[in-house]
Write a protein that binds this ligand. Structure first.
Ligand code: BES
Ligand code: ZN
Length: 848
């Protein structure tokens, strides 16, 4: 019905694919793809249904005999061979189609980017390459021959033979189509190698455009570290002779885990101190790890259908987060992940796009690569580990690999592995996968007769299609501190399963201060009436670094919420920041996280959750005012911090110096409110790395003193696309909100704004939607600008247009006038002729 796919409708494919051989004859406007598919019927009498879109069929034959037009039916979505034309025994289907990579602006299937051919097949891109069952539960070994007049010709698996203008690749591991990849171009490799634990030598190559090869060393090191970590932490070795990564400039996503041939957005590969920030380096390492880890969690064990997406994505995000935590500072990484979770996933859960980590229907699967599938999916894996313990987790994962290697699995298979290895019943826990929404956790406490009682009440607000929620199985990590600051009960995991549940702690001679949801043990919103004094106490004494930060965060958030209603800043917060600045024992990266105020969107989210309609201008003003107050109040300490955190010597992207720079820039952001941006100007002039250069520039923009610096930055970097992306991004996101819409309108006419390049488009549009008060400007100019561009991009690149439409997901938070303005824009988009399935599904869901 209406093009919706339902989980309940799953049926296995009635044919087994024994082997696939593909031959590509590359040409920009007329690439020929010959497919030779050996198959075995599994269910007599079934028709052979093959997916295929935008293909021109040249020929089709079964067992060498050409099919006649009456043997099959072609529609815009595929080809069906009638049962009567099919043998009952194993047979081979041979087809030849013609496709046009040059005109492919959707960047799905086979397309061209800067003269190179590349593919993107997840989720359903392979059907734009040839006729085939394009679904993840159909797995087969592939052999690929590429013919084309280009020096580098790559595909999955191991290279088997090559000559001038051709190459052959063989991938022995059965795989679904979404992991297929082909790359052809004038590329150079930055090479290395890795010896696996069992002594197998693996050749590693990072392929880039000539001239970029000296920007690959960090990515190669990250790959080697990932390979080693997966052996140590999960006992997983790599399984081919070669691992290739290719960087491309035009890419819809961050990166893709194609078997043996990962394809990356170039911004997640290329790095040098002059062009990449500390954040870029950290992100590159994490994404390289993520895609590499998919080799086991995704490729060797894949998904039965796309509803199970979080089986591979949630788990692999959990794995890459653990990796980064091990490579850098664990608690700092956890805090960063929770900040991102709240900013993206809690926000999604609060609005019209809320859905479970495992949805049960979709129109366009590309619209479900969401924060919920990814980040909440990772939190759910983390909760499982908390429930069964580190050893239990390793046991469960060992069983998962042992039991399911080579299979296409479901969330049920995954849960079962934990049940079987731990002996626990996880039936209720499974709701985390099937239910949408962020649980609210109300906590009250009581103390009498040396006994302390914590009472929790959980309640999840309704989400689209799920009006009634049932209680979740939630691990709540708790510790108790005595009033003098000592820990009297170390971290204990309470398991909540009821709607309302109490837990008691005995033998306590004084009333303790509770530290609840340590390390953010469950993705819930904690609601507890605490005084600012108690938060300040936890910030000073909690042994759990996450909850120390959390105490500061809630103080800051509450202070900002109060300030939007005219209250002065809370003294407890201002004093606590003063003590933190004086605390040299705390790690700089940790101090930086505490010094940085919650963003405007987070304040709006919190106001909405507390029943107040957020006023974007008031939030912007309050945040600026609090920064100024902090700067005035702590000028001396901030200035000393700014000076002492200067890192001497040559730049390295390691966690320690990056932490110093982070604290230094956090101090600078406050100081720039009161020093006329004098320090930012000096730093901009002297910086020898992009982290500080961009940090300085950002502060100059906020201070309204950036025109000279922006011009200088532009002329220095005009030929470096990844840096120009930053030039657009900082202006769009940080320029004064009152005139942001005009600013981005002008920027969109800049010759460097190549709007067909997803990175560039995201820099300007994504940057603008992050300019909270600018995007939500009362006259609707921000919404209009944004909608205009979505309408313009949609015919070319529906996937990116649909993804960016999520900027509108927060509309129900705001006042009636803004709501009406957003509705007008969403309706205008929805009414556009020829709107893609991607964007029309999004507008329909956004409109509710
Ligand atoms: N499999 C995805 C990439 C993907 C998803 C491509 C959907 C096309 C359609 C990949 O493993 C991934 O998750 N990439 C993330 C980065 C990751 C570190 C979370 C991305 O591209 O944003
Ligand atoms: Zn992934």
């Amino acid at each position: 019905m209406d093009g919706t796919t339902y989980l309940a409708d799953y049926t296995p494919y009635p044919f087994n694919i024994d082997k696939v051989s593909l031959r590509f004859r590359l040409a920009p406007h007329a690439t020929r793809v010959q497919a030779h598919i050996a198959m075995t019927p599994l269910s007599p009498g079934a028709a052979l249904r093959l997916d295929g879109e935008q293909l021109r069929l040249i020929s089709a034959a079964i067992d060498g005999v050409a099919l006649t037009p009456s043997d099959y039916l072609i529609t815009p979505s595929g080809m069906t061979v009638h049962p009567a034309a099919l043998p009952e025994a194993p047979f081979t289907l041979e087809t030849e189609v013609e496709i046009a990579p040059e005109g492919n602006t959707a960047l799905e299937g086979l397309y061209m980017s800067n003269g190179m051919y590349c593919t993107q097949c997840e989720a359903e891109g392979f059907r734009k390459i040839t006729y085939y069952p394009d679904r993840p539960d159909v797995m087969a070994p592939f052999r690929v021959r590429i013919e084309g007049d280009l020096p580098v010709l790559l595909s999955n698996g191991n290279p088997v033979a090559s000559g001038p203008g051709w190459a052959e690749w063989d991938d022995p591991w059965p795989k679904p189509t979404y992991l297929f990849a082909l790359v052809a171009g004038d590329l150079v490799a930055h090479s290395g190698s890795f010896t696996t634990a069992s002594g197998r030598e693996v050749a590693l190559n990072i392929y880039v455009r000539p001239g970029d090869e000296d920007h690959c060393a960090f990515a190669l090191g990250a790959l080697q570290r990932s390979m080693k970590w997966d052996e140590e932490a999960y006992g997983r070795e790599y399984d081919l002779d070669i691992f290739n990564i290719v960087a491309v400039d035009d890419f819809n996503m961050g990166a893709m885990e194609n078997k043996g041939l990962n394809i990356f957005n170039s911004k997640l590969v290329l790095a040098s101190p002059e062009t990449a920030t500390d954040t870029d380096y950290e992100r590159i390492e994490a994404v390289i790890a993520h895609e590499y880890f998919h080799n086991w969690t995704g490729n060797r064990i894949t998904c039965r259908d796309w509803f199970q997406l979080c089986l591979k994505e949630g788990l692999t995000v959990f794995r890459d987060q653990s990796f980064t935590a091990d490579m850098r500072l664990g608690p700092v990484k956890r805090i960063e992940d929770v900040i991102a979770l709240r900013a993206r996933q809690f926000r999604e859960d609060q609005g019209p796009l809320a859905h479970p980590p495992r949805p049960d229907h979709y129109r366009e699967i590309n619209n479900f690569y969401t924060a919920t599938v990814y980040e909440k999916g990772a939190e759910v894996v983390g909760m499982l580990r908390t429930l069964v313990g580190d050893e239990g987790y390793r046991k469960a994962l060992d069983l998962y690999f042992e039991r399911h290697d080579g299979q296409a699995c479901t969330i049920e298979d995954w849960i079962k592995v934990f049940e079987d290895s731990s002996g626990r019943d996880l039936g209720q826990f499974k709701r985390w996968y099937t239910d949408a929404g962020t649980p609210r956790l109300r906590v009250t406490d009581d103390y009498a007769d040396d006994t302390y009682t914590l009472t929790f009440e959980q309640q999840t607000p309704p989400t689209p299609g799920q009006p009634h929620k049932t209680p979740r199985h939630m691990p709540i990590a708790v510790g108790l501190l005595s009033p003098n600051g000592n820990e009297v009960v170390p971290t204990t995991v309470l398991e909540m399963t009821e709607a309302r549940q109490s837990f008691t702690f005995t033998g306590l001679s004084t009333r303790p201060v509770p530290s609840i949801l340590r390390n953010f043990s469950a993705p819930a919103v904690l609601e507890r009436a605490t005084s600012a004094a108690e938060q300040a106490f936890l910030l000073a004494h909690d042994t759990d670094p996450f909850n120390r930060w959390e105490a500061a965060r809630s103080l800051a958030r509450q202070t900002l919420m109060d300030m939007t209603k005219g209250a002065p800043p809370a003294a407890e917060y201002l004093d606590a920041i003063g003590r933190l600045l004086a605390d040299d024992t705390a790690d700089p990266a940790f101090r930086a996280l505490i010094l940085r105020l919650p963003g405007e969107d987070e304040i709006a989210q919190a106001l909405h959750a507390s029943g107040t309609t957020p006023d974007p201008e008031a939030i912007h003003t309050a945040r600026g005012a609090l920064m100024t107050t902090l700067a005035q109040r702590h000028e001396v300490a901030l200035s000393a911090t700014y000076e002492s955190m200067a890192v001497p010597g040559a730049y390295t992207p390691d966690a320690a110096p990056a932490g110093c720079r982070s604290l230094r820039l956090a101090a600078l952001a406050l100081l720039s409110q009161i020093d006329g941006a004098r320090r930012a100007e000096a730093l901009f002039a002297s910086a020898d790395n992009m982290t500080e250069s961009l940090g300085a520039l950002s502060n100059l923009i906020t201070a309204g003193k950036a025109e000279g610096a922006l011009a200088q930055f532009r002329s220095r970097w005009k030929d470096v696309r990844l840096v120009m992306d930053k030039w657009f991004l900082v202006q769009a996101s940080l320029c004064p909100p009152q005139t942001a819409a005009e600013r981005v309108t002008t920027l969109a006419t800049d010759p460097a704004f190549e709007w067909k390049n997803p990175n560039r488009f995201r820099s300007l549009l994504g940057g603008f939607s992050a300019n909270h008060a600018g995007f939500h400007r009362a006259d609707g100019a921000g919404y209009r600008f944004y909608a205009d561009w979505l309408i313009r991009l949609d015919p070319l690149n529906p996937q990116t247009a649909a993804r960016m439409s999520t900027a509108f997901e927060t509309w129900p938070r705001y006042d009636k006038t803004r709501q009406a303005l957003v509705r007008t824009e969403l309706e205008r988009i929805a009414a556009t002729d020829g709107l893609s399935r991607d964007l029309s599904e999004m507008t329909a869901r956004l409109l509710g």
